[in-house]
Design a binder for this molecule. Structure first.
Ligand SMILES: *Cc1c(COP(=O)(O)O)cnc(C)c1O
Length: 318
C-alpha cells in the first residue's frame, strides 16, 4: 500500500529506517531497489530526469570543472548545463561516436541519443580518466547495462520508458561505486531534490511490466523502421535496432513533415516518448537548427503493428 507519511514514529526513542520523508520513504526505497537490480548498481530517484541531471552535476562537480557532453544530447541537457555556467560549470561538446576530449572532468553520453539515435563508443568513453555518465533513457536496462561497460553512473528520465504510461514525471541515477551513491544521497537529502511517494509507487508498478513492454515495443519498432525505410516519402530513418525511439526525415522538407505529424490519428501528435501509446512530433519546433527541419521523432508503443503502419502510411501519402 502506498504510504504518503512524511513522518514515522521513532522506535524505542531512536529513528528507524524511515523517520522523515526527505531522507527516504518506503515506495522510494522499493522502486530504487528494483531499478538498482535491473542496472546492477544503487539507484536514487529524483522528481524528473532534469532534476536528476541537476543533482548529479551539483553533487559531483564544482566551479571551473568541465563536462564533455555529446553534441547530440537531448536538447534540454545542454540548455541546463549552460544555465549552470553562472555557477562556473563549463561544457564542451563532442561527437560520442569517437573519443571524449582530454581534460574533461566528467564525460556525458547518451545511449542512444534523442532524437538523432547515435550510439556512444563506450570503450572510448570508458577509457577516458573522468567519471562517465550514460543517459540510458531510450535504451532502458532491458537493452543496455552501461555499468557493465565501464560507466560510473546511469541516468534515466524515468518519465519515458521506465514509467512507461505518460503518467509520471520522474528521474533516476544509478551509481556503481557505493561512495558515489552516498555522496549523491547526502546531496539529495540536503538539497531536497526528492521524488514523491506517489511517483515512486507508479514506477514500482511500471517496472513489473518493463521487460514485456520493451519486448513488444522493440518488435513493433523494428518492423515500423523497416517499412519506413522502404517508403518513397521517407528520406532517412534513424533507428539503433532496439527500443521504441526512432526518427525519420520526410521528403519535401519541413512543410511535408508538419503535414505528416498533423495527419496521424492513432499515433498522437505529442511530445515525449516511452509510453504504451505511440506519439510523434517534428523536433525542429523545439530544437531549431540542431536537427533537420523535416525530422519527425516517433516513439513506438504497444499498438498492433499493422494498425501503426496503416496510420503512418495514410499520413505519409497525404
Ligand atoms: C526527457 C529526457 C530527459 C529529461 O527528463 P525529464 O523527466 O523530462 O526531466 C533527459 N534525457 C533524455 C534522453 C530524455 O529523453
Amino acid at each position: 500500500m502506498l504510504d504518503r507519511s512524511t513522518i514515522w514514529p521513532y522506535e524505542d526513542g531512536e529513528p528507524g529506517e524511515f523517520y522523515y520523508q526527505r531522507y527516504g520513504h518506503p515506495a522510494g526505497v522499493e522502486a530504487e531497489r528494483a531499478l538498482g537490480e535491473l542496472e546492477g548498481g544503487q539507484a536514487l530517484l529524483f522528481p524528473s530526469g532534469s532534476g536528476a541531471i541537476t543533482a548529479l552535476l551539483l553533487a559531483l562537480l564544482e566551479p571551473g570543472k568541465t563536462v564533455a557532453l555529446t553534441q547530440d544530447a537531448y536538447y534540454g541537457t545542454p540548455v541546463l548545463m549552460k544555465m549552470l555556467g553562472r555557477w562556473g560549470l563549463q561544457v564542451v561538446e563532442f561527437d560520442q561516436t569517437g573519443s571524449p576530449p582530454e581534460g574533461a572532468d566528467l564525460v556525458w553520453v547518451e545511449a542512444p541519443s534523442n532524437p538523432l539515435l547515435s550510439m556512444p563508443d563506450m570503450e572510448a568513453a570508458a577509457a577516458h580518466p573522468a567519471p562517465l555518465v550514460v543517459d540510458s533513457t531510450a535504451a532502458t536496462p532491458v537493452h543496455l547495462r552501461p555499468l557493465e561497460l565501464g560507466a560510473d553512473f546511469v541516468l534515466h528520465s524515468a518519465t519515458k520508458f521506465l514509467g512507461g504510461h505518460h503518467d509520471v514525471l520522474l528521474g533516476a541515477v544509478v551509481s556503481k561505486a557505493p561512495e558515489d551513491h552516498e555522496r549523491l544521497l547526502e546531496f539529495r537529502t540536503r538539497s531536497g531534490i526528492v521524488a514523491s511517494p506517489d511517483a515512486a509507487w507508479l514506477l514500482v508498478r511500471s517496472l513489473k511490466t518493463l521487460r514485456v513492454r520493451m519486448g513488444r515495443i522493440t518488435a513493433n519498432a523494428q518492423e515500423v523502421a523497416r517499412r519506413l525505410e522502404a517508403h518513397s516519402a521517407v528520406e532517412r530513418v534513424r533507428y539503433p535496432g532496439f527500443g521504441g525511439l526512432m526518427s525519420f526525415d520526410v521528403a519535401g522538407g519541413g512543410e511535408a513533415a508538419r503535414r505528416v505529424e498533423t495527419s496521424t490519428r492513432l499515433i498522437k501528435n505529442a511530445t515525449s516518448l516511452g509510453g504504451v501509446n505511440s506519439v510523434l512530433e517534428t523536433r525542429a519546433r523545439w530544437e531549431g537548427g540542431r536537427v533537420p527541419d523535416n525530422l519527425v521523432r516517433l516513439s513506438v508503443g504497444l499498438e498492433e503493428v499493422d494498425e501503426l503502419w496503416a496510420d503512418l502510411e495514410q499520413a505519409l501519402s497525404g
